[in-house]
Design a protein around this ligand. Structure first.
Ligand SMILES: [Zn+2]
Ligand SMILES: [Zn+2]
Length: 243
């Protein structure tokens, strides 16, 4: 176990001694967290996913140029790498990450995630890792940005810089869950700005978020990164939600 993983593991055991932070089952204090059955369930993605938008597709679907859901949609990122669909245990764990002690849980989930997707990510020769920022008031209410924690774990695993302040959310956007799909795209237009000092020119960026729904948030963030000079934007999300 890496030092960061040992620390997160130890911290979680301190907060919830002998309890798996994902399924609440009693486990041995020495056990690696989350418990073995949760670890297996979280990384098991039973379905094929569209490489362009991360949607679940059938085993024989033609995903050349995207799937039926995304083929007609303009996306400013090139590819989506997901841990799994937004359902079951993965959904539960993402909701838990938004609450107290979520930061340590995000660290543990991030490490599990990197174990799974690290080899795929390395093929893209990522230069920098950028989290999707929260608007300041949401950050203030939650106390941390789960995407930034996940991005930090991936950057550390890849051995590349984490650019936490590269993107700025220039306006608060109404909650995406209350929007229709068309409204979500409208809602996100111009929501991000990449700082001029970010040194993005010619770079391949890994953009990290917890959940991807229509892709409008990540696409707008990717647009800002590319306007600032980034050549390629690859998206990594813990879960792809259908709506
Ligand atoms: Zn468990
Ligand atoms: Zn697709």
């Amino acid at each position: 176990m890496s030092l960061a993983r040992r620390l997160a593991n130890g911290l979680m055991h301190l907060v919830y001694p002998g309890i798996c932070p994902v399924c609440d089952r009693a486990i041995d204090i020495e056990e690696k967290l989350p418990c073995a059955s949760c670890r297996a369930a979280l990384v098991a993605d039973a379905h094929e996913a569209c490489p362009r938008c991360g949607s679940t597709v059938g085993p024989f679907a033609n995903v050349e140029g995207g799937c039926v859901i995304c083929r007609e949609v303009t996306l400013h990122f090139e590819r989506v790498i997901r841990m799994g669909p937004y359902e079951g245990l993965l959904r539960d764990v993402i909701l838990r990450m938004k609450h107290a002690q979520g930061e340590v849980l995000a660290e543990l989930v991030g490490q599990l995630w990197f174990d799974k997707i690290g080899p795929t990510l390395k093929q893209f020769a990522i230069d920098q890792v950028v989290p999707v920022p929260l608007h300041w008031w949401r950050y203030w209410r939650r106390g941390y940005n789960q995407s930034a924690v996940l991005a930090r774990v991936l950057a550390r695993g890849l051995g590349v810089p984490l650019k936490k302040r590269c993107l700025r959310r220039v306006r608060a956007t109404p909650s995406q869950t209350e929007q229709t799909p068309a409204g979500r795209w409208q809602n996100m237009r111009g929501a991000f700005w990449a700082r001029a000092s970010s040194d993005l020119r010619g770079k391949t960026i890994l953009l990290v978020d917890d959940v991807l729904t229509t892709g409008s948030t990540c696409s707008e963030a990717a647009r800002a990164l590319r306007q600032a000079g980034a050549t390629r934007v690859i998206v990594a999300v813990v879960a792809k939600s259908r709506d």
